[in-house]
Design a protein around this ligand. Structure first.
Ligand code: G6Q
Length: 552
């Protein structure tokens, strides 16, 4: 069932009203003037999220190009698109991913309050908890040194081998929560089929003290299987006896048959179900590297923070629903202002992989051009999400954000408290001052009069003018804790859901990624010998034959 009550969003009455409102006033709104005329604007357009542990996150939407009329129309659009119905179906374990006939139930993975959550009439909570218990027990044994390798030494290095959804989440979270890590354990991630990735990693570790986590939902992904086999050969060169694999290789997967074919004891397999999409799997067994690195208790806090944002999203009216507001703003810029991109810049070094993680979440989910009624959409969908940590990015691509020809809606993220308050917190104050200054400058800009008043020659004035009115959403956390990070990720998950619900696309399949998985196979076979190929187009034949000649 596709849950589609309309074909294209352009068919909705409110969409047409928004088009008219954009033409009448929306496109000319000046955020600077809106602030000048309304002393309450900040409190009207900002919302504080309260986490389960009492910590808070302030989401300030007030620097966006909206007024009350536009916001009210956007909320009407959400209602007309029946996003609450789709949301409730998602939380009820219904098969929202209708093209693959699957439930989309990652929310059940962070059901820390142990509600009954059913798929096909069966409560999944006991099984989710069983796997969590298994991960807890296993991680405690590795972290304490009780789990030993084939020579009796405890584990020092964890190597997660996976790609896409089986890599990006664990990489991002282990980096973001490094402060909480057990520092005598090192964690490595191998994803790329480029032999350099596994080779360089293996150079840094010792077979006697290394634990490999083979992370693959399907356990058939070519890159992961190839890297896993290379790791196994390397390990067996030292350990000799295949019986030792049991101590050094575990699997995070849904596919017990393939896991056991690989030689991993299924006792050392951490399972999850096919209702967990790859890009939503960091909450599942795929999070084992995170648990090993930061400990089970911290992982539990991460899940609880995520659950708190789920509760907010599933029970708050649309008007104050933070992820819904974020998603609606994205639709406003994407479809009415014609913005093509979405910048996410964490002012936080630990969060340096957060934009890369969000890139998959957003672009794999909403990079679609067919609606839920199986027709072509007639509007732009998924934004091109990009980002890097600030302040570094200020010294590179922010030029285009400030003075380029494109409108680039941006999210800035800062934690008030640093985990590393070095030099009497000087660094943190400088970081924070940039967070505030960038958003303010993007909004306020600089007029020709101001540039002239600075004594600039006439010819330079146009070059030094900043148009301003460039929108930012400012997300201020107290501290990047496991609970905060959990909530932040889920904010973006439900933001992405909201966009997809308005665009009426299935945010939960990924046929584009699957095509990539099969395409390379046939050419791979042709690279095994020197015979020139002739069966492709001229360019592909030419490139393959040159490769054959040069790779001798
Ligand atoms: C995520 C995608 C994709 C997937 C990888 C790895 O939503 O489906 O990124 O996670 O292709 O797949 P496996 O976990 O099955 O190896």
């Amino acid at each position: 069932m596709s849950f589609s009550t309309f074909a294209n969003a352009t068919d909705l009455d409110t969409w047409k009203k928004l088009e008219a409102a954009y033409e009448q006033s929306g496109k000319d709104l000046s955020v600077k003037e809106l602030f000048a005329s309304d002393a309450e604007r900040f409190s009207k357009f900002s919302h504080t999220f309260k986490n389960y542990d009492g910590s808070e996150i302030l989401f300030d939407f007030s620097k966006n190009i909206i007024d009350e009329k536009i916001l009210s129309l956007l909320l009407d659009l959400a209602k007309e698109a029946k996003i609450e119905t789709l949301r409730d179906a998602l939380f009820a374990g219904e098969k929202v991913n209708f093209t693959e006939d699957r439930a989309v139930y990652h929310v059940a993975l962070r059901n820390q309050s142990n509600k009954v959550m059913k798929v096909d009439g069966i409560d999944v909570t006991p099984e989710v908890n069983r796997v969590l218990d298994h991960m807890k027990e296993f991680s405690e044994s590795v972290r304490s040194g009780a789990w030993t390798g084939y020579t009796g030494k405890s584990i020092k290095s964890i190597v997660n081998i996976g790609i896409g959804g089986s890599d990006l989440g664990p990489v991002m979270v282990t980096e973001a929560l490094k402060h909480y890590a057990q520092r005598d354990l090192s964690v490595y991630f191998v994803s790329n089929i480029d032999g350099t990735h596994i080779a360089e990693t293996l150079r840094s570790v010792d077979p006697e003290t290394t634990l490999f986590l083979i992370a693959s939902k399907t356990f058939t992904t070519a890159e992961t299987c190839t890297n896993a086999n290379t790791a196994k050969s390397w390990f067996l060169e030292a350990a000799k006896d295949p019986a030792h694999i049991a101590k050094h290789f575990v699997a995070l997967s849904t596919n017990a048959a393939e896991v056991s074919k690989f030689g991993i004891d299924t006792k050392n397999m951490f399972e999850f179900e096919n209702w967990v999409g790859g890009r939503y799997s960091v909450w599942s067994a795929i999070g084992l590297s995170v648990i090993l690195y930061i400990g089970y208790d911290n992982f539990e806090k991460f899940l609880k923070g995520a659950e708190a944002m789920d509760k907010h999203f599933s029970s708050t009216s649309l008007e104050s629903n933070i992820p819904v507001l974020g998603g609606l703003l994205s639709v406003w810029y994407n479809n009415f202002f014609g913005a093509q991109t979405h910048l996410v810049a964490p002012f936080d070094q630990y969060m340096h992989r957060f934009p890369a993680y969000l890139q998959q979440l957003s672009m794999e989910s909403n990079g679609k051009s067919v609606n839920r009624a199986n027709g072509k959409v007639n509007y732009s969908t998924g934004a091109i999400l990009f980002g890097e940590p600030a302040t570094n990015s200020q010294h590179s691509f922010f030029q285009l954000v400030h003075q380029g020809t494109k409108l680039i809606p941006a999210d800035f993220i800062l934690a008030a408290q640093s985990h590393n308050p070095v030099e009497g917190n000087l660094h943190q104050r400088m970081l924070a001052s940039n967070f505030f200054a960038q958003a303010e400058a993007l909004m306020v800009g600089k007029t020709p009069e101001q540039v002239k008043a600075e004594g600039n020659p006439e010819s330079l004035v146009p070059h030094k003018v900043f148009s301003g009115n460039r929108p930012t959403t400012n997300i201020l956390c107290q501290k990047i804790t496991p609970a905060t990070l959990g909530a932040l990720i889920v904010y973006y998950e439900h933001f992405t859901f909201t966009e997809g619900a308005i665009w009426n696309i299935n945010s939960y399949d990924q046929f584009g990624v699957e095509l990539g998985k099969v395409l390379a196979k046939s050419i791979g076979a042709q690279l095994n010998d020197k015979t020139p190929v002739t069966n492709h187009d001229g360019s592909t034949n030419g490139l393959i034959n040159q490769f054959k000649a040069w790779s001798e």
